[in-house]
Ligand binder design. Sequence first.
Ligand code: ADP
Ligand code: MG
Length: 720
Amino acid sequence: MATLRQKALMKVQARPQVSAVAPSLKISDYFGSQVFGLKEMQETLATPVFKKVSTAIEKGTKIDMSTADEVATAVKSWALGKGATHYTHWFQPLTGSTAEKHDTFFDALSGMEKFKGSALVQQEPDASSFPSGGIRTTFEARGYTAWDPSSPIFIFNQTLCIPTIFVSFTGEALDFKTPLIRSTEAINNAAVEICQYFDRNVRKVNPSLGVEQEYFVIDRALYATRPDLVMAGRTVFGHNPARGQQLDDHYFGSIPSRVKEYMKDFEIEALKLGIPVSTRHNEVAPGQFEVAPLFEDINKATDHNLLLMDVMEKVAEKHGLKVLFHEKPFAGLNGSGKHNNWSLITDTGVNLFQPSNSARENLQFLCFLVATLKAVYKNADLLRASIASAGNDFRLGANEAPPAIISVFLGSTLTGILDELEKNGNIKIEKGDNMYMKLGISKIPEIILDNTDRNRTSPFAFTGNKFEFRAVGSSANPAGPMTALNVIVADVLKELKKDIDKEIEGGKEKKIAIVNVLRKYIKESKKIRFEGDGYSEEWEKEAEKRGLSNLKSTAEALDVLLSKQVTDLYKRHNVLNEKELHARHEIRLENYVMKVQIESRVMGDLALNHIIPTAIRYQNQLIVNANGLKGLGLDHRAAIETIEEVSKHIEALKSNVSNMIEARKRVNKVENITEKAKLYSTEVKDAYFDKIRYAVDKLELLVDDEYWPLVKYREMLFLK
Ligand code: ADP
Ligand code: MG
């Protein structure tokens, strides 16, 4: 009888290719067709109502109930016209994905479709099952969702989705969006103050985000045969294929046609939702790909990234594919990240990270560049914590992934400029001198990073006119790390302002004051700058010498969230109070424990129920064979050796699995979640995962391919 694996492989062979069909050749014909944006509002709302809403969006002011009613009526008829039957508040609980609770527009009592302003503005999802880190249970049993008008309403799966924040009745944020919005406000305040030194017209500074999303796709039938992928999102076993990514031939190679149709298809759906997807290509590992949209305002970009992931999952079904967002679905191959490209843009249209031909603007550029450097230096551990997850632990520091050490790459041009500034900063500037010339910042050439200067190994790299935070995991909500980044940079910008003003009060000319402070910051934060190979062992040693942290496990990395430095920082900028921060710490540790526990269980089950019985069956066959050879008086040493080898791995597997189960039982008794997470990391994961995997992967090489129950790496990865 064919194994499930063989049946699945046959299914793959027979699978017809699905073609993507765009509604029109011109994207502009359907871009945003499922979005109720400003244009739709303007078209459907009375002018004074539209004005109120657009001011609310721009300034973050409150929307009164009668305005909300008008919007609701307009939105309802727009949505019904597009075939929507339900509506939902769409929010981002701390589980990391998005949540919805659908209500129908149809009101049975009146026999009509209804949607009131109150339903648009606020809902009370029965959300007791969402993690709250103790907030709701201790303080108030319920939470509510509230409309965030700054992110547009859209239709997905015939449901009108209203982006909302999710807060408890006592006002604590229970989601990712609320702190992100608060942090945007913090950095706006701090950045505007600095811009005022250079341009009085700047009233607002907005962070921008462009998310490069990496992912794997495999055939859906193959996916279904791997309990580890289904339960844990990654393969806990699987020997490396004969041809891995050694050849690097997949990267920028031609995209397999089945995947290409899938990409086209999800791009069409994304474009309809107003997500400006623009690039697609293969990634380093076989079966791995990337999609990137054009950058947008950080709040919208975050919503769009999460929505894009939903769209990708959904469209994959139609193509008989499964998309994997796990950070490390396949050991030994490249992991997946979510590169967060971040910059700051003024309401006058200036990207504050764009070097320029104007000397004055360059000084401003340097303020923001150096402030970011210092922010990362001072808060490297917080940034590390912001990207910590069970999945990302497998990626950071492994194949082709940034290490767990946080450092900043600037490129040779900027390194030269900062070194120069540090050196020449105390040059005496005489009356009539051109200070910019003397300091070498009159003109900073546009930074075009060619391939030699494009350091792919840095977790946090300056890439010409933006920073790229690459250590973010592919499954993460970008709001977490982006909130941290906004806050730490806001904090240093505030400090910068204070220090510059002090110098000015001390009688220094403004420009000189700025340069003096920047010099000091450049010196202070020098240790965080690293231009070399972040994947190398030398860097680990060098980083240790520099005193930089290298926190490899989430269980350790999250400790910093309880520190006074971080608590004060978040409080100072009104982004998270102590309670909210502690809740997040707890939820993330719980999540970590749960993930490791699930993986450990899957490993145990697979080993005991699938691998060992298969190995024994094969072993029995070998024994028959050896006896047969012996009976014939033939040499049977080779057969005996194989039997011994198989036995050795079976034994190792049995004892390690049973010891791992014992370890889990012990650790499960630990009450303190911090301690429990650390023990899960060391006594369960570190102590057994590799050993168990080693034995299974060896058996995979020994056991007859016909018998092997798990779909192999080569079968999953080389999809055509
Ligand atoms: P890379 O430099 O990594 O090859 P791109 O230049 O194509 O890639 O940009 C990658 C991502 O960065 C895209 O999503 C792009 O829209 C975004 N991006 C470009 N400029 C900015 C910016 N000023 N702020 C934020 N994101 C940006
Ligand atoms: Mg990039």
